[in-house]
Design a protein around this ligand. Sequence first.
Ligand code: ACO
Length: 325
Amino acid sequence: MKGFARITGTGSYLPDKVLTNKDLEAMVETTDQWIRERTGIVKRHIAVDGQTTCDLAEQAARRAIEAAGRTPQDIDLIVLATTTPDKIFPSTACLLQQRLDIHGCAAFDVQAVCTGFIYALAVAEKFVKTGAAKCALVIGAETFSRVIDWTDRGTCVLFGDGAGAVVLEASDSPGILSTHLHADGAYETLLHTPGGVSRGYDIQDAGGDPRFTQMKGNEVFKMAVNTLGRIVDETLQANDMKKSDVDWLVPHQANIRIINATARKLSMSMDKVVVTVDQHGNTSAASVPLALDTAVRDGRIQPGEVLLLEAFGGGFTWGSVLLKF
Ligand code: ACO
């Protein structure tokens, strides 16, 4: 048995429709300058009516499979992270499996909001490492625009839609060096979409339309900065590594100020940090694999380099993956 799991291909996809900060100026009381200064976001991509999370996931998945030099028939596990599934059931992973015309392998969704891809990658790694799977497809895909109140300037300027994917294969050498997952449900109401299948949508004191995301931005911001600083330390300690051993930071793309703070904690210059938040805003579970694929395809990330992937999101959930690319 091969004892490691290694990323052999990456892919991503953004829907064609673009919503700029200027467009948002016409929708809510905001300015391009405020959004750029407070978040670093310049534009976001939005799925058009009828375009679903599975549509985005399929494009990203096909690109990752092609980059790995594989065909869909080689895939023997699908783990898909999303907060915005096409249907209540079947899972979006099963819908994607059908689209790829593969049958029989395990396929399931993981729900950890913005940390979803980190969770999905950590889960898939355990399957591959133990020999239960040889060639896993791991995806983060969201149509987050569907759970946003487009009249709430405190949240609507932040989010967008997209998908990113990797192929993770059994390998004799690393590969993924370690994974670190955490959650604390005590912070439920700082960042949530209150309505749901079981609770329903007729909720008293929901604090707004229960179909849409509510966030105490300032409190989430502080928690994210502190928590991501701690997870960087935890990850390096677990691997007996120094900050200088990390070649690239691939962070969750929520806000440039959170990314800057984490880079400072790592004493890392910003030219070693992959930043794509300006191009697509916060795409939740899609953000880390979108950033990863961008830096792989433009040639910044090279084989053998050490990458630190990290994310923080609703739950709260947070986590990291350290890997040799
Ligand atoms: N345009 C103009 N003004 C605005 C806007 C806007 N779009 N949004 C808020 N403001 C105003 C506020 O009303 C406030 O005005 P006031 O001072 O008159 O009351 C002022 O700007 C400052 O508001 P703050 O909320 O204090 O601004 P802050 O600097 O904290 O930035 C932001 C807000 C961008 C939301 C920030 O807090 C943030 O990024 N938070 C973290 C988001 C995040 O990372 N979430 C985690 C992952 S998401 C997930 O898991 C789904």
